[in-house]
Design a protein around this ligand. Structure first.
Ligand code: SF4
Length: 401
């Protein structure tokens, strides 16, 4: 698309997790500040944004499915593909080539990775579809010439509020490289926001009367840790966690009624943090991804915990906070997972009695270590059986509220 073309209405289709929901809110704020209006009817939009998810093939297929709908419109909108599918092919960490994605999405006009979110206005101007009339220049943050660093570009990120809960991102990205996962490619390296920014954002929410705050990140526990500190904590040398201190400080702000954090990994859950969850306003719901109940499978997944460590952690958490409600993520049918190894996950579920469980069938994601190293050798029929069986066991053992 060439020449100056001024869209007036935009539609955002958001797929995937809360990180994408929050990014869609940020894009909405940016586009509104440029004078565009959101619409809930995509047929009325002259700018269409798909905020994509790469976690499963199904999510990516949904994006390809939009091609037909868009091509049926009488006038094709300007199409932006954003989110993890783009993050996976742009930047320092890529899972496959940008060209491959382009070839499959010929109907897309602009590609925007999660790390480039605040460059959207600049890219639109460069694409020639957004004039910059006098007196209506984008703010410095969104200026085409802004060369703000990753950290400062996050500084004024609009806040995501859902009903009575305010979501505050404390970190972005991930450096853990679990073998099945796209996040370290799609969302880039782990970057922690400064404490001042976080506290300031929480205070803005409290001033608006939002009393339930959720601190978000792919690995909230490792907030503020250098690689060396992470290593020390993971070998048990150091039990002081900056995140535990942050939690205390946010907890003590006047006006907070409930404080939640998402997501935690078992390997960065220190004694210090277990102490912190005793605080009265901390939410009873705690999400800790276990992924499998078998140590060999966990090792192939490059998880940094054993099942014994996970069970010990659960015991300590339940002791510290008897009213805790545990949630987890688990993958069934990971490459080479035998029936016996799967039954270890079943036994774990019987033992721990999770309140919430997100059970997924393994699907290889292009360019990840698991896709390169292992054959996807558990038949789909068997994966479906394991999924159904574990779901049944989870339901039977789930604590009644
Ligand atoms: S910790 Fe593992 S599963 Fe979680 S986002 Fe990082 S790589 Fe993915």
């Amino acid at each position: 698309m060439t020449g100056i073309y001024s869209p007036t209405k935009f539609y955002i289709e958001t797929l995937g997790c809360q990180a994408n929901e929050a990014d869609s809110v940020r894009m909405t704020h940016l586009l509104e500040s440029l004078g565009l209006e959101p619409t809930k009817d995509f047929t009325k939009a002259d700018m269409f944004i798909v905020n994509s998810c790469s976690v499963r093939q199904k999510s990516e297929d949904k994006v390809y499915g939009w091609a037909r709908k868009i091509n049926q419109l009488s006038k094709k909108p300007f199409v932006v593909l954003a989110g993890c599918m783009v993050g996976s092919v742009k930047g320092d960490r890529t899972r496959y080539s940008f060209k491959e994605l382009e070839d499959r999405t010929l109907w897309v006009d602009l590609y925007l990775s999660p790390e480039e979110l605040f460059k959207l206005p600049r890219y639109l101007q460069e694409a020639g579809i957004l004039p910059d009339p006098p007196g209506k220049a984008p703010s410095q943050e969104s200026s085409p010439d802004a060369s703000a660093s990753k950290t400062s570009s996050l500084k004024d990120s609009p806040i995501f509020v859902d009903d009575k809960t305010g979501y505050v991102n404390i970190s972005y990205g991930c450096d853990n490289f679990c073998t099945y996962c796209v996040v370290p490619y799609a969302r880039g390296e782990e970057v922690s926001r400064s404490k001042d920014e976080i506290l300031q954002e929480v205070k803005i929410l409290l001033d608006k009367g939002i009393t339930h705050i959720t601190l978000c990140g792919q690995n909230v526990n490792s907030w503020g840790l250098s690689s060396e500190k992470k290593r020390q904590i993971r070998i048990g040398d150091d039990n002081k966690l900056p995140f535990a201190q942050l939690l205390r400080e946010v907890h003590d702000l006047a006006g907070i009624e409930k404080l939640t954090f998402l997501s935690s990994n078992p390997f960065d859950f220190t004694k210090d943090l277990i102490e912190a969850i005793k605080l009265p306003k901390i939410d009873d719901y705690l999400h800790i991804a276990v992924q499998s109940g078998n140590n060999d499978v966990l090792a192939r997944m490059n998880r940094r915990h054993t099942i014994e460590e996970f069970l010990d952690l659960v015991t300590q958490i339940k002791k510290a906070r008897p009213s805790v409600e545990l949630g987890t993520d688990v993958i069934v049918g990971f490459p080479q997972e035998t029936r016996e190894q799967f039954m270890d996950t079943v036994n774990l579920f019987k033992q721990v009695k999770f309140n919430v469980a997100f059970i997924a069938m393994y699907s290889p994601r292009k360019g990840t270590a698991a896709e390169k190293m292992f054959e996807d050798d558990v038949p789909l029929k068997e994966k479906k059986w394991r999924h159904a069986y574990l779901t049944k066991v989870w339901r039977e053992n789930k604590p009644s509220r």
